[in-house]
Design a protein around this ligand. Structure first.
Ligand code: SF4
Ligand code: SF4
Length: 96
């Protein structure tokens, strides 16, 4: 199985208040309280909710609608949009 290749920019953990699925606490800025700005990592990574797990979310909710590769492409397009908005276009790829 091809795993989602996250670039670890951390943008999907910021300004999340009001997002449809998001039900965790947020900081006054609207960021997830579990997001560590210094490391750009999740403090509860192994216990993060299903909507923060690209491949688990795919298996549970998206699989009948499209292939995993198509889903990854859609998520990457959203990542690119967030990064473009923030002027982060040169991030090196992580391992996801
Ligand atoms: S690359 Fe995408 S999924 Fe990974 S942290 Fe950035 S916005 Fe989130
Ligand atoms: S739980 Fe972790 S992965 Fe999910 S939004 Fe918060 S910091 Fe990000």
């Amino acid at each position: 199985m091809c795993k989602f290749d996250c670039e670890r920019c951390g943008l999907c953990c910021q300004k999340v208040r009001g997002n449809r699925f998001f039900d965790l606490e947020t900081t006054p800025e609207g960021d997830c309280i579990h997001y560590d700005h210094a490391t750009r990592l999740c403090r509860i990574y192994d216990h993060r909710p299903i909507y923060c797990r690209v491949d688990d979310f795919y298996d549970l909710h998206v699989k009948p609608a499209m292939t995993r590769e198509e889903y990854h492409q859609k998520i990457h397009a959203i990542c690119r949009e967030l990064q473009f908005e923030q002027g982060l276009n040169d991030l090196k790829r992580g391992k996801g």
